[in-house]
Ligand binder design. Structure first.
Ligand code: NAD
Length: 365
C-alpha cells in the first residue's frame, strides 16, 4: 500500500512522543512492504515562533494533500498564563479541524489488563471496560461567538449547534454501535441548555433508523459520576465538543494515564490521529512523557485511516507485551512498589519497537 503521511509534532512533549508513533509506522511499512512517505510541518507555538501564524499556509496545504496526519500536541505555558494573548497555539488545531472537515473525534478507552492497577479506580470496577467515545469537533462553545462587554467585565461564549452537525456525527456513532455491542449512550444537558435539547431531539430521531441499537440519554453531570462508578456499563458514547473534551480526560483515568489514550478525527476526507493529551509543559524535555498514546495513534491511523487491521493489532499487541514484561513510564508505574522497570520516553519507544520487531519477524509476509 502507498500512503503519504504528514507528521505535525507541535509543542512541548509533542515532538518527543511523535517520533515514536512515526518510528512504529516506519517499522510496519518495512515489515509489510508498504510504501509510507513522510513529510513534516509546523503548528502551534513552534509555528508562531517561526512564522507568526499557529497554522501556516504551508502546513494547511500539505495537510490537504496528504493521506493521513500524525499529530503531537500544541500549547505553551506562556499562553496559559496570559489569556490576553491574541495569537494562540490552539487556534492552529481548531482551524485545521475546521479546514479539513474533521467533525468526529473517536476516542477509544482501551484498557490494558496489565494497567488495571495503574488507575485510581478499583480494578474490580474497571474490569471489562471498553468504551468508544464520539466527541463532536466543529461546533459548541469552541466556535460560537466570543464577546466581552461592560468594559471587559462581562464575557460570553455562544454554545451553538446546527442540526446537520449533530446528524452527521450521530450517524457515525450509531454505525459504530451496530458493529459493537449495539448500545449507544448520548450525553447532553437537555434539562438546561437549548443546544442540548436540539442535540437530544436529533439523536432521538436518528435512533429510529437504527432500531437494533439500544439508545440511552444521560445528563452530563450524571455521566461524570457514572463513568467512575460503573464504567463498564457503557459502550459507544456520543457527545458534544465541550462535554466530550472533559469526559474523555476523566475517562483517561480508566486507562491509567493521559499518556495511554489515542484519538482519530475523521470527517469528509483524510484522518487526523493524535494522543488525547496536551503539550504537558510540566514534563516537557525531561524524557518523562509516555509515548504509548502516540504509538496507539499510529495504530488508529493504520486501522481507521488505511484499513490495515492486522498491522494495527500488532502495535497494540507489542504494547501489551511491553507492559506484561513490567516496563512502564513514570505515569503508569505504581509509585508504591518497585515491581516495575521504569523507562524514559526514548527507552520506552525503543522497547516497543523491539517487541514489535519480534512479532513482525514471525507474522509479516
Ligand atoms: P496535558 O494533557 O498537557 O497534561 C495534563 C497532565 O497529564 C499533566 O500533568 C501531564 O504531565 C500529564 N500528561 C499528559 N500527557 C502525558 C504523557 N504522554 N505522559 C505522561 N504524562 C502525561 O494538559 P494541560 O496540562 O491541561 O495542558 C498543557 C498544555 O497543552 C496547554 O497549553 C493546553 O492548552 C495544551 N493542550 C493541548 C491539547 C492538544 O494539542 N490536543 C490538548 C489539551 C491541552
Amino acid at each position: 500500500m502507498k500512503k503519504n503521511i504528514l507528521i505535525i509534532p507541535g509543542d512541548g512533549i509533542g515532538p518527543e512522543v511523535t517520533i515514536w508513533g512515526k518510528a512504529a509506522l516506519e517499522h510496519i511499512a518495512e515489515a509489510f512492504d508498504h510504501q509510507f512517505t513522510f513529510d513534516e510541518a509546523l503548528m502551534g507555538h513552534a509555528a508562531i515562533e517561526k512564522t507568526g501564524n499557529p497554522l501556516p499556509d504551508d502546513t494547511l496545504e500539505k495537510a490537504k494533500k496528504t493521506d493521513a496526519i500524525l499529530f503531537g500536541a500544541v500549547g505553551h505555558a506562556k499562553y496559559d498564563n496570559d489569556p490576553s494573548l491574541k495569537v494562540r497555539p490552539e487556534q492552529g488545531l481548531l482551524k485545521i479541524r475546521k479546514e479539513l472537515g474533521l467533525f468526529a473525534n473517536l476516542r477509544p478507552i482501551l484498557l490494558f489488563e496489565e494497567l488495571l492497577h495503574a488507575s485510581s479506580i478499583k480494578p474490580a470496577i474497571l474490569k471489562g471496560t471498553d468504551i468508544l467515545f464520539f466527541r463532536e469537533l466543529t461546533g459548541d462553545v469552541y466556535f460560537g461567538e466570543k464577546k466581552r462587554e461592560d468594559d471587559g467585565k462581562t464575557a460570553s461564549d455562544l454554545m451553538i449547534y446546527h442540526r446537520y452537525e449533530i446528524e452527521r456525527i450521530a450517524h457515525k456513532a450509531f454505525q459504530a454501535a451496530q458493529q459493537r455491542s449495539k448500545k449507544l449512550c448520548s450525553v447532553d444537558k437537555a434539562n438546561v441548555l437549548e443546544s442540548s435539547r436540539l442535540w437530544r431531539e436529533t439523536v432521538q430521531e436518528i435512533s429510529t433508523q437504527y432500531p437494533e441499537v439500544a439508545t440511552e440519554h444521560i445528563f452530563v453531570d450524571n455521566m461524570a459520576m457514572q463513568l467512575i462508578k460503573n464504567p463498564n456499563r457503557f459502550d459507544v458514547v456520543l457527545t458534544a465538543n465541550l462535554f466530550g473534551d472533559i469526559l474523555t480526560d476523566e475517562a483517561s483515568q480508566i486507562a491509567g494515564s493521559m499518556g495511554m489514550l489515542a484519538s482519530a478525527s475523521v470527517g469528509e476526507s483524510i484522518g487526523f490521529f493524535e494522543p488525547i493529551h496536551g503539550s504537558a509543559h510540566d514534563i516537557a524535555g525531561k524524557d518523562l512523557a509516555n509515548p504509548l498514546a502516540s504509538i496507539l495513534s499510529a495504530a488508529l491511523m493504520l486501522e481507521i485511516g488505511f484499513g490495515l487491521k492486522e498491522e494495527a493489532q500488532l502495535l497494540v499487541d507489542s504494547i501489551n507485551d511491553v507492559l506484561k514484561e513490567g516496563f512502564r513510564t513514570n505515569d503508569i508505574a505504581d509509585q508504591h512498589t518497585n515491581r516495575y522497570k521504569v523507562l524514559g520516553t526514548a527507552e520506552m519507544g525503543k522497547t516497543v519497537l523491539k517487541f514489535l520487531s519480534n512479532r513482525t519477524t514471525n507474522t509479516a509476509t
